[in-house]
Design a protein around this ligand. Structure first.
Ligand code: CP
Length: 320
């Protein structure tokens, strides 16, 4: 495995879920695989879970881990081509990335949508520089359009908590004071579409996700109707795709509350975190026994470890 951006990079999802179970049951079984191997984690944006869970996954596999907060600890990077670099950015990404590749065996990158240009974001302008120039396997730690480690952890969590073979899973938009990227809902939809679940997406008018993600997905404009009989409620805010990066609504009637959860089949509540209480979800719902947000976050170590293990196996095979 040389990159991890989409579920297709994992191949058979059933097998990946079996691997997740085995990693969770025996997290230190593959310590020898990562010996003398270095994981470099590059963050263009803030993180709690991704940063700590990826480090922990690397440690579990016996790896050395280096973390770089590029905005605060590195030179400010120029990412445009053909510019005269007479401003405040002393280093170009096209030198910085191949240099970073010299110091590691696997590289993880977090680079959110900037909302300056839909074309730049949806062509993954920053992440693709790492794929093209680092010379190393690349893991998305949330890029402009996808958050695959989160979606894989979400699927692992649904597998653990489902009470029927094919649960109803509802992705609901919820209000937020700031414009947030579509990476989490895009990946969630992308993964759930191919999982053994019945997926329903609900959001206010104007919040359609990109067509390539929504193709073939059931959309229900009425949030309460969508919640009926649901086994899992996955809440998330995102900014508009069509009116790119804009906030069209802060309507708190979309907040997930106890009355809406009562319409479900005793659904579990999920969110990738961090979450704004009483905007996205009420205190009562997130504090309830049906909230599995912490268990979901715990599975971020598992998803990262499965991916790292496969990359380390690919590296080991190359030297066989
Ligand atoms: N869910 C998630 O990716 O959390 P962080 O932004 O804290 O890494």
């Amino acid at each position: 495995m040389k990159r991890f951006l989409t579920p297709a990079d994992l191949g058979d999802l059933r097998k990946a879920l079996e691997d997740a179970k085995s990693v969770k049951n025996n997290p230190y079984a593959d310590q020898a695989l990562g010996r003398n191997k270095t994981l470099l984690l590059i963050f263009f944006n803030s993180s709690l879970r991704t940063r700590l869970s990826s480090q922990r996954a690397g440690f579990n596999l016996g790896m050395n881990v280096i973390v770089l907060d590029i905005n605060n600890d590195g030179w400010k990077l120029e990412t445009e081509f053909g510019v005269v670099m007479d401003g405040d950015k002393p280093e170009h990404i096209r030198e910085a990335v191949p240099v970073m590749g010299q110091y590691c065996d696997i590289i993880g990158v977090r680079s959110f949508a900037r909302f300056e240009s839909k074309e730049d974001d949806y062509s993954e302008k920053i992440l693709n520089q790492f794929i093209e120039l680092s010379g190393k396997p690349v893991i998305s730690l949330e890029s402009a359009t996808r958050h695959p480690l989160q979606a894989f952890a979400d699927l692992i969590t649904i597998e653990e908590y489902k009470t029927k073979p094919r649960p109803k899973v509802v992705l609901t938009w919820a209000p937020h004071p700031r414009a947030l990227p579509q990476a989490v809902p895009n990946s969630f939809v992308e993964w759930m579409k191919i999982a053994d679940v019945d997926l329903v997406v609900t959001h206010p008018e104007g919040y359609d996700l990109a067509p390539e993600f929504m193709e073939g997905v059931t959309y229900e404009p009425n949030q309460q109707k969508a919640f009926e009989g649901a086994d899992f409620i996955y809440a998330k805010n995102w900014a508009s795709f069509n009116q790119y990066g804009q906030i069209l609504s802060k309507d708190r009637s979309w907040t997930v509350d106890e009355a809406k959860m009562a319409l479900t089949n005793n659904a579990k509540f999920m969110h990738c975190l961090p979450v704004r209480r009483n905007m996205i979800v009420t205190d009562g719902v997130i504090e309830s026994p049906n909230s599995i947000v912490v268990q979901e976050a715990a599975n971020r170590v598992v998803s990262a470890q499965v991916v790292l293990k496969r990359m380390l196996q690919t590296i080991a095979e190359a030297y066989d």
